[in-house]
Unconditional design. Sequence first.
Length: 244
Amino acid sequence: MNIDVALLEVRDLHVSYRNVEAVHGVSLRVPSGSIVSVIGPNGAGKTTLLSAIMGLLPSRGAIAYLGDDARGLSVEQRVKRGLILVPERRELFAAMSVADNLELGAFQRRAQSASIASTLDEVYQRFPRLFERRRQLAGTLSGGERQMLAMGRALMARPRLLMLDEPSLGLAPLVVREIFSIISDLRASGVAILLIEQNARAALQVSDHGYVLETGEVATEGPSAALAADERVAATYLGRTIAV
C-alpha cells in the first residue's frame, strides 16, 4: 500500500470543550498503511482531537478523509466509510457476551451476514482469548481482555483508519507488549492507525511518524525514530515509560 497517500488530513483544527478551546490550530496527516502516534501529557488535548475527527465534538478547520471533506458527515457516516474510534474507556456492553459485543461492531454491515461471519473468524484468529471467552460476559473480563474486545469490536466494522485512544491505559507491562504487537500486526493487514498514547516509548517504537501535543498545540513532529532520539522529547516523555 502506498503510504504517501493520506487517508486523513487535518489542517488548522480548533476544538473547544466546555467553552474552553482545548485544541489550537493542529495539523496532522495519516498516510495509507501507516501508524501515526500523538503523544503528550494529560490535558494536552489528545482525546479532544480524536473526538473532533470522529465528529463527536464541533470544530473549526479542515478534516479530509479519503480525500473528501468530512465535516459534513455524521458519526454514523464516518463509521460507514471506515473511520473507527476505540475510545479510552472502551465502552463495552458489560452485561452482554463477548460474541454479542463483537457482532454489534458490525451493525453498519448487518445486511452482509456471510461477510460478518468471515470477519468474526478473522477477529477470533487475531484474538484467540476472545474465542475462548466468547460466551463470557464482557463485564467479567480482565483489563487486557477488555482492550482486546474493544479492538476486536472495532475490527468488525472493517476499518480503513482505526483511531486508538490510550490502548495501554491501566494495563500490566506484559499485556501492553501484547497489545502493541497486535497494533503492529494490524498495519501489516492494511489498516492505518492513529494512535493516542501517554506511553511515548511504546508509541514511537511502533509508529512511523509522531506528533507531540502540548497544551493543545503541536510542539514538534517528525519520523518516530527521530523523535525518540530527540533529547528534549526523550527527557520529557521517555524517562519512565515501558519499553515494548
